[in-house]
Design a protein around this ligand. Sequence first.
Ligand SMILES: NC(=O)c1ccc[n+]([C@@H]2O[C@H](COP(=O)([O-])OP(=O)(O)OC[C@H]3O[C@@H](n4cnc5c(N)ncnc54)[C@H](OP(=O)(O)O)[C@@H]3O)[C@@H](O)[C@H]2O)c1
Length: 345
Amino acid sequence: MNRLFKRHVNAIEVNKIPRKILNNGNSIPCIGIGTFGSDLYGPNQVAEAVVYAAEYGQRFFDCASVYTNEKEIGEAFQVILNGGVSRKELFIASKVWNDMHAEGKVIASCEKTLKDLKLDYLDLFLVHWPFPNFHPPGCSVDSRSPDSKPYNHDSYMIVWRQMEKLVERGLVRSIGTSNMTIPKLEILLRDCKIKPAVNEMEIHPHFQQPNLYNFLEEKDILPIGFCPIGSPKRPERDKTELDTVDIEDPVIKDIAERLGVHPAIVCLKWAVQRGHIPIPFSVTPSKIESNLKCVLDSEIKITEKEMYEISKIDQNCRLIKGQVFLWEKASSWEDLWDINGVIVK
Ligand SMILES: NC(=O)c1ccc[n+]([C@@H]2O[C@H](COP(=O)([O-])OP(=O)(O)OC[C@H]3O[C@@H](n4cnc5c(N)ncnc54)[C@H](OP(=O)(O)O)[C@@H]3O)[C@@H](O)[C@H]2O)c1
């Protein structure tokens, strides 16, 4: 990456970004930025956005090997670190993909991520999905791989034991889960040596997941919310007729109008005030700025009454349904989410 780090003239004061303390004593900034460019933005564009975000004061970056841009983001981190930002100021997360769940593979995946990101440790490493199921890039959302399997706890524990080893070896400071359900977490909590510090999950005003959210709070596991704005630019193949649009909700729009901000900002401020960590994606400088700035702007405050109103607009509308991870005998994508409180096998 042919670029020097140049602190933004209006950069926010990094030490004023509130941090949350995880159950292992480590701390995490109260907002991050996603790095999944999907079909829209290539690796270099996302890497440029990472540098720009850091120049503006962003310190938490949510990466993943499956986003196929970690090498370029590694170059971006070099620019940021060479520009005078200390490693300990940054909070860098990544995730092991579903094809690297076998014995030895989780550790190999983390080592590859560290090499690509040019780091010697990660602040957070997540199990991206609780299934070893994957699909070729670009396949149809309805296709089912004959190798796909329902959840298997013994297999998950093979993954988790390696996650624990990564902490013991000092390659990773905190470990966590993603796309989990209450019954899956219950048996993980029963069997783990190191409990997850976070669970990364879909959270936006139209998909609040109150039961899982309360469960996590009770167990002192911090929710990180993906698709915090309702992922308005996700590919058409990931949309269904029943999907609702958070930033078009009249309650969100009214609050945005009162505050003089884009409805996306209301979604983010709601997340921060509710207490979970949103990780909005953007490569657009003005959006990167407004997403971070709103956290510190005391004039952008959602009132208690408005927080209550937002709690009432939940549509239980899951956007990332996970169809491509279904096994042949599964009946529908809902099987991935244990909606009756029992692990679907
Ligand atoms: N753990 C998991 O399984 C998982 C799953 C999905 C996502 N994630 C993570 O979550 C991140 C975010 O998810 P996402 O990208 O799907 O959804 P999102 O953050 O809800 O939506 C991103 C889109 O919103 C637009 N946007 C951002 N800020 C805006 C603003 N202030 N005003 C208006 N529009 C704004 C962006 O527009 P522009 O494109 O114009 O900038 C971008 O295309 C991902 O990048 C990834 O890191 C994790």
